[in-house]
Design a protein around this ligand. Structure first.
Ligand SMILES: [Zn+2]
Ligand SMILES: [Zn+2]
Length: 267
């Protein structure tokens, strides 16, 4: 077990993983485009199983019982979302990565992994900050007609969400989300492992928001006290757009009076 830069013992499992990454994949993980590839790979990997579920789920009662609404996406709708995500990455995200690389060259990797506490608190803190940032942004873009039409309305083209629609976004919205995903861990001085875990978890939670299934194994059904909104809350946002603005948690919508759990009660 090694002491990290804070003088605490790093987690043994994370240290083994970190040593492997540093020894065998340092040039890959320090490449400026790595965070983008990680997030985009996560998007593909998380959506593919739900593509199968959407295509054949009506024949599988075991899965179909958890479908929130009856309608299903077509292959064409899925392709349109994937194309939009690829287009946004080519036209907006990759040029932004290039500019960021010129402005801020990659930093050397630390020798030690984070402690368990640093890893967990870092991931949760990043999720909470991101949740707040997106809540404010999201509410602003639904409250201002011009901002809604110019930036956010494309995401609401689909009233009934499905996994691929999680990245059916305008270029500026994706750039904003990418900016927060990259700067929030920097501000909180997170270890690269913590940062990558946060990025993958945030992509997973975004996909889960849109899957259209209220699965018993979904985070919002596992995390207690209804702390996570998940697919039920976000499905209602696509139905009743002035509710459930937060992407991951429910506390902000509850505190600011924008939470909705029953369609008939939504404003
Ligand atoms: Zn959505
Ligand atoms: Zn919205």
């Amino acid at each position: 077990m090694m002491k990290n830069f804070t003088g605490h013992h790093s987690n043994a499992i994370l240290q083994v993983l970190w040593d492997y990454v540093r020894l065998h994949h340092e040039s890959t993980v320090t490449a400026p485009v790595f965070p983008v590839l990680l997030a985009f790979s996560g998007y593909l990997a998380f959506c593919i199983p739900f593509t199968l579920v959407d295509l054949v789920g009506h024949r599988l009662p075991l899965v179909n019982q958890y479908k929130i609404r009856k309608s299903r996406p077509s292959v064409q709708m899925m392709g349109q979302c994937l194309w939009q995500a690829v287009f946004n990455h080519l036209v907006y995200v990759l040029p932004a990565v290039g500019i960021n690389w010129l402005w801020r060259p990659p930093a050397p990797l630390p020798a030690t992994a984070p402690t368990s506490a640093q890893f967990l608190s870092g991931v949760v803190s990043c999720l909470l900050v991101f949740d707040f940032q997106y809540y404010v942004w999201h509410r602003l873009h639904h409250g201002n007609r011009w901002l809604y039409k110019a930036v956010h309305s494309i995401h609401h083209d689909y009233m009934l969400p499905f996994s691929w629609a999680s990245q059916y976004l305008g270029g500026w919205e994706l750039l904003t989300l990418g900016f927060w995903s990259n700067t929030t861990p920097l501000l909180l001085k997170c270890h690269p492992l913590t940062t990558w875990a946060f990025m993958l978890l945030s992509v997973w939670m975004s996909v889960e928001d849109h899957i259209g299934y209220n699965l018993p194994c979904s985070l919002h059904n596992i995390v207690p006290w209804g702390l996570c909104g998940g697919a039920l809350a976000h499905d209602l946002h696509h139905q009743q757009p002035n509710t459930n603005f937060a992407p991951f948690f429910t506390h902000l919508d509850r505190v600011f009076g924008t939470a909705c759990t029953v369609p008939a009660n939504c404003k």
